[in-house]
Design a protein around this ligand. Structure first.
Ligand SMILES: Nc1ncnc2c1ncn2[C@@H]1O[C@H](COP(=O)(O)OS(=O)(=O)O)[C@@H](OP(=O)(O)O)[C@H]1O
Length: 509
């Protein structure tokens, strides 16, 4: 196939050359002269360089059709961006946010005023189910507990500053191996065969909701937060964990779970590996700008229905307008901070920055640790540095063991990521395009086989909050500027793709 790709490009080039000859001299000859060969060679190199021609990509395009064409479009887009002078290795992070105009500081509001504004902000939201709000609360609680334990260990090791980056990088592994491990009932048929490890707000719920219809798959009764929680893992142990699963009902049926915060855990990886060395992992990433908005709306809604305390929104803003204002301030500070890390810890390159952030992630230092990062918005933003977290997983698992998917596709063509998952985990492709109904402007819903389009199964009304909301123009641009170098780096370096082409909010500017 690779050879075929080269032959195709050569033939096209030859035809173009002959056409040009015909137009110029009104004559046509297929004879291969030395001059023709040289010009053809130059054309191939020129076109190849300009279009970033890659035989593997052409091969995949031929194999996979639409999706790869989309990818190729992404490559052209990133060529254009580079041509216009945007190159992630030369991104000056401290420039991010500099062009955002500062708003006058808002006057301090009373709690009553905040409540009125909050009600106004979410007045169009339909009532939400409470179930989906539990994870966020649990996660934060867990992080606080875990950070306390981890900080104690880090403090101890800080007395002896690690000499090399490698020492620091291994710090978290050492901490994990020093702890007692629970007994693992390796033969229990309830153990999961694959795990969806993240990312929060990227469509993990949609994945589970749709896979639920697959006869050969059986999901855990809830998001477990088992491998990233010391109390659950070390004290409640596998008895507790396995109780969250049913026994498979037939041969070949697989159990699985999804916990959308595993991807940003520093200790889940060796624990999962200890359970099953060949377990398959799925990570669903998505447009970081939409993800940031989704995280805020989730919190805001929780406060709106009094599930979370009012002060949970203090660091973010009580309304979307306030969140926009605070984001502007954070973007400026965060850009300066990242540039500083890039220059002082990352040798001034993007690769160096990602490596430096990995070290910081393992040590729960800003911008990752709840205690080390004073600005909660920064915490939400840094959750989107997928390349950093991915590197941690790749230290423990080979790359074939993790499937990374673009969750943005769930909004329009959910069958594409679902097909990839079914293929990857090795079950029959039972869920296909025919199972979906996509409402224009709405979210795709599932049509069960044999049922009519009137009986579609949609996700709860707690999903889809970002459909009709956007950040202010400047904030949208500032966020894209922050994330694009990270996203492109991840796409290119880790997935061998030119870019994801994420553009949430840019179409309406
Ligand atoms: N088909 C379909 N149905 C429902 N929701 C869909 C679908 N496809 C994508 N999405 C988007 O998924 C976003 C929520 O992601 P998660 O399920 O990962 O969130 S969570 O972390 O489990 O809370 C959720 O984000 P919000 O828009 O903020 O609600 C949805 O936009």
């Amino acid at each position: 196939m690779r050879f075929l790709s080269y032959v195709l490009v050569s033939i096209t080039t030859l035809c173009l050359y002959n056409l040009w000859q015909k137009m110029k001299y009104e004559r046509f000859s297929m004879r291969l002269t030395a001059k023709k060969l040289i010009i053809m060679g130059l054309l191939i190199i020129g076109l190849g360089t300009f279009f970033d021609f890659d035989a593997n990509r052409a091969e995949r395009m031929l194999d996979d059709g639409d999706e790869q064409l989309g990818e190729y479009y992404g490559s052209m887009r990133s060529k254009y961006i580079k041509f216009m002078g945007f190159d992630y290795d030369h991104v000056k992070f401290d420039e991010i946010g500099k062009d955002l105009k500062a708003d006058p500081a808002p006057k301090e509001k009373s709690v009553e005023q905040k409540k009125v504004e909050l009600k106004e902000d979410i007045k169009d939201d339909a009532p939400r189910e409470v179930k989906e709000l539990v994870p966020e609360e649990e996660e934060i609680e867990e992080n606080v507990k875990q950070d306390a334990a981890e900080l104690a260990a880090v403090a101890e090791s800080m007395n002896k500053e690690p000499q090399a980056a490698g020492d620091r990088a291994n710090h978290a592994d050492l901490m994990i191996s020093a702890k007692n491990q629970p007994d693992i009932p390796k033969d229990d048929p309830r153990l999961p065969k694959f795990i969806v490890v993240g990312v929060m707000k990227c469509g993990t719920g949609a994945t589970q909701h749709f896979l639920h219809n697959h006869p050969d798959l059986q999901q855990a009764k809830q998001e477990t937060y088992f491998f990233n929680n010391d109390h659950k893992y070390l004290e409640l142990g596998y008895d507790w964990y396995l109780n969250l699963y049913r026994f498979p009902t037939h041969d070949g049926q697989m159990n699985y779970e999804k916990t959308p915060t595993y991807y940003k855990s520093v200790r889940a990886q060796p624990r999962i590996k200890a359970m099953n060395e060949t377990v398959k992992l799925v990570n669903i990433v998505c447009d970081n700008v939409r993800r940031t908005l989704s995280r805020f709306l989730h919190l805001q809604h929780g406060v709106g229905i009094e599930k979370f305390k009012e002060d949970k929104l203090d660091g973010f803003g009580h309304t979307l307008d306030e969140f926009n204002r605070n984001l502007k301030i954070t973007l400026k500070k965060f850009g300066d901070f990242l540039e500083d890390v890039k220059q002082n810890e990352g040798h001034g390159t993007m690769e160096g920055l990602v490596n430096a952030l990995l070290v910081r992630f393992k040590r729960r230092m800003r911008p990752f640790g709840i205690h080390a990062t004073k600005d909660p918005i920064e915490l939400i933003l840094s959750d989107g540095f997928y390349a950093v977290f991915h590197q941690r997983w790749m230290e423990v698992f080979p790359k074939e063991q993790m499937l990374v998917l673009d969750g943005s596709k769930y909004l329009t063509e959910p069958w594409i990521p679902l097909k990839a998952i079914q293929q990857y985990i090795g079950v029959q492709e039972y869920i296909t395009k025919d199972n979906f109904m996509v409402n224009p402007g709405g979210l795709p819903c599932f049509i069960e086989p044999g049922k009519s389009k009137e009986q579609v199964d949609c996700l709860g009304s707690g999903k889809g909050r970002t459909l009709d909301k956007r950040f202010h123009k400047e904030v949208t641009l500032g966020l894209h500027k922050l994330f694009q170098p990270f996203d492109d780096y991840f796409a290119k370096k880790v997935l061998g793709r030119p870019s994801f082409g994420w553009d949430f909010g840019l179409d309406s500017l």
